[in-house]
Ligand binder design. Structure first.
Ligand SMILES: N[C@@H](CCC(=O)N[C@@H](CS)C(=O)NCC(=O)O)C(=O)O
Length: 204
């Protein structure tokens, strides 16, 4: 059985949402998000940098939410939620999966970090403004695609939308996703209405 170590509202949403979409059984173990627990030897043994999520199945233990999505698709997807290999659609699906975490979630994560770790509680305003500008550039890229299609890869919901859905959730939370990007807002609303996403957001 797949087990996802999770904290409500964090990136564990991605593998949980995917399991929901594919009807794959899984269990969620909620962990203590305090720095003390995440720095403990017990947690570092599963997640060397002290982050969430972690996923286990049998004797396999993984960190990195995107890798978990790949692993679940490989084992249980039977071709669902990914386009046929060696097609333009497949290339685009992979591109947007990586973009969601490597390019888009990066400045969003830095907003969290710079709000949290600034010395003496002050925020580093110019860094946060720069992160927001970089995140908006990413939303421009998404906008240009979803103004012509329902999802990132044409009109079929795919794994790329699960990866992006979490990043857009963060962008929405930080006020970066606004009416300046109406097609992306409508796209996010479509994702937000999916029962799998709702279940994943409520998990934990
Ligand atoms: N690239 C990693 C990022 C993991 C990550 O940053 N997780 C956040 C929660 S969503 C976390 O644990 N933050 C605590 C910290 O960075 O100290 C993934 O996709 O799993």
């Amino acid at each position: 059985m797949i087990k996802i170590y999770h904290v409500k509202g964090t990136r564990g949403i991605r593998p949980i949402w995917l399991c929901e979409e594919l009807d794959v059984p899984y269990e969620v173990e909620v962990i203590d998000f305090s720095p003390v627990f995440r720095n403990s030897a017990e947690w570092r043994n599963l997640s060397p940098t002290g982050k969430v999520p972690v996923m286990t199945e049998g004797d396999i233990t993984m960190f990195e939410s995107g890798a978990m999505v790949d692993y679940v698709l490989e084992g249980y997807g039977n071709g669902r939620l990914v386009p046929p290999p060696r097609t333009l659609a497949s290339a685009l699906c992979r591109q947007w999966c990586w973009f969601a975490e490597a390019t888009f979630a990066r400045p969003l994560g830095e907003i969290v970090n710079h709000n949290r770790v600034a010395p003496n509680g002050e925020t580093v305003g110019f860094v946060i403004d720069d992160c927001k500008a970089r995140a908006r550039l990413c939303i421009d890229a998404i906008e240009s695609v979803v103004s012509n299609s329902d999802y990132l890869v044409g009109n079929s919901f795919s794994a790329a939308d699960i990866m992006m859905g979490y990043s857009l959730l963060l962008a929405s939370k930080f006020g970066v996703l606004t009416d300046d990007h109406p097609h992306t807002k409508a796209y996010f609303d479509r994702l937000d209405a999916r029962p799998g996403f709702i279940a994943a957001k409520n998990a934990g």
